[in-house]
Design a protein around this ligand. Sequence first.
Ligand code: TYD
Length: 211
Amino acid sequence: MRGLFITFEGNDGSGKSSALQTVKQELLEMGYDVVYTREPGGSYIAEKIRELILDNDNMGMDPKTEALLYAASRREHITKTIIPALEAGKIILCDRFLDSSLAYQGFARELGVENVLNMNQFATEGLYPDLTILVCTHPEIGMTRIKKDERDMDRLEHEKMPFHLKVYEGYLTIADLFKDRVVVVNGEQTKQEVLDTVKNVLYPFIKERMG
Ligand code: TYD
C-alpha cells in the first residue's frame, strides 16, 4: 500500500509551520500513521546540508550553488525518509519541498522555473506531492510577523523586501502551473482561520484517500 505525500509551502512568515504542527498533532490523535519532516533537511546528510545553506556566514553563496545544494539535500531526503515512509503506507507531512526551490531559486534568484524544475528532476525522478497546501501572505505582513517573533533570522530571511516579493509572486504563479495538486490558503487571516481553512482542505482529502 502506498501512503500519502503532502507538502506545506509558503513564503517566510506565512504561518504555514504553525498550522502544520497543529494538524500533525490532531492527525496523530485521530490514529493516522503520520510522519513529519522538513526541507532543507529531513535526514542525516540533508540536515548537514541545511546547516551549510542557511548559515549566515555563507552570504556570498552563488545562486546556482544554492539551488544545487537544495536539490542535493532533497535527494537525500527522498531516498532516506520519504520513499521508505511512502512504501510503509504512512502519511508524510513535509514542511517545504520542490515548490520552495521553484519560488526561491527559480523566481526570486531568477534562475528560471524551467531550469530549476529540470535540475530537480535529476533529484526527484518525477516524485511530486499528492497534495500541496500553499499558505500565502503578503511579505510586508510575513516579515513583520518574523521580526515580532524576535527569533534569529536565517540567511534567506535576511534578504530584502524585493526578494520576498518575488518569492510571493513566484508562489502564486506556481499555484497556477500546478492547479491539480496545489491549494492556496490565505495566510493573512487570523491564526485560527488559517488553521480552519487548512483543516477543511486536508482532512477530507486524507479521509478520501486513506479512509
Ligand atoms: P526554514 O527555517 O525551514 O524556513 P521556514 O520556517 O520558513 O519554513 O528555512 C528554510 C529557508 O530555505 C526558507 O527561507 C526557504 C528556503 N528554501 C529555498 O530557498 N529553497 C528550497 O528548495 C527550500 C526547501 C527552502
